[in-house]
Design a protein around this ligand. Sequence first.
Ligand code: AP5
Ligand code: ZN
Length: 214
Amino acid sequence: MNIILLGPPGAGKGTQAQRLQADRGMIQLSTGDMLRAAVRSGSPIGLKAKAIMEAGELVSDAIVSALIGERLDDMGQAGAIFDGYPRTRAQAEALDLLLAERGRCLDYVIELCVDEDALVERITGRFTCAKCGAGYHDVFKRPKVDGVCDLCGSTEFVRRPDDNEQTVRTRLAEYRAKTAPILPYYEERGLVRRVDGMGSVDDVAAEIDAILDS
Ligand code: AP5
Ligand code: ZN
C-alpha cells in the first residue's frame, strides 16, 4: 500500500508516519527529513536548500522529486508513506510517473485537517531526539521519562531552525498557495480521505487505521 499524508505544517504528518512505520512496516519518505540530512551533511543539495528552508519557502520540485526517486529505488517492495511530498502540482505529477515506472500505485491521500492556531502551538513546542529522530512536544507528547528518548534512550534533543512563529506563518502561506490546490487532482481520482487532525495522536491514528483497513 502507498499513501500520501497531506496537511499543513504541524498537522501531524511526521508523527503519524513514524507510527505507521512502526506498526505496519511501511516506510516513511519525508522530503523534509531528507533535506535536513542534506543540510547537515553539507552536500550541494543541502547548501542550496538551507536558506530556503530557514525562510519557510519551498525547495525546487526537481530536487525533491529526485530525492524521492532515489529512496523508492532503495526500499524494495515495502509500502510507502509520503510525508511532506508532493507539495505542488508538478510534484504530484512527478510522483505519478515515479510510481508508474516502478509498478506502484497510490491507494489513499489522507488529508489531516487542523486549525491554524493549533498548528502554531504544535510547531513552536516541537522537539526531536538528536539520535533517532523520534518526535516530541513540550505539552502534547513528552518523553515517558523527562529528558530521555522513549525509543533509543538518548538524552540529546534538538529543535528545528524553521520552527519559529514567523517562519511558520510563511510555511502556512506556502501550503495554502501551492499545496492545498493539489487536493482536487487527487479528489478527481477518488483517493482523498479527510481525517480530523485536532484529536489526540491516538485518536488520529485510529481514524487513519480505519481508512487503511477498510
Ligand atoms: P517538512 O519537514 O515537511 O515540514 P512541514 O510540512 O512544515 O511539516 P512539519 O514537519 O512541520 O509538521 P508535521 O505535519 O510533520 O507535524 P508533526 O508530526 O511533526 O518541511 C520543512 C521544509 O522543507 C519546508 O518548509 C520546505 O522548505 C522543505 N521541503 C520539504 N518537503 C518539500 C517538498 N516536497 N517540496 C519543496 N520543499 C520541501 O507534529 C508537530 C508537533 O505537534 C509535534 O511536536 C507533535 O508531537 C505534535 N502533534 C502531532 N500530532 C498531534 C496531535 N494529534 N495532538 C497534539 N499534538 C500533536
Ligand atoms: Zn531517540
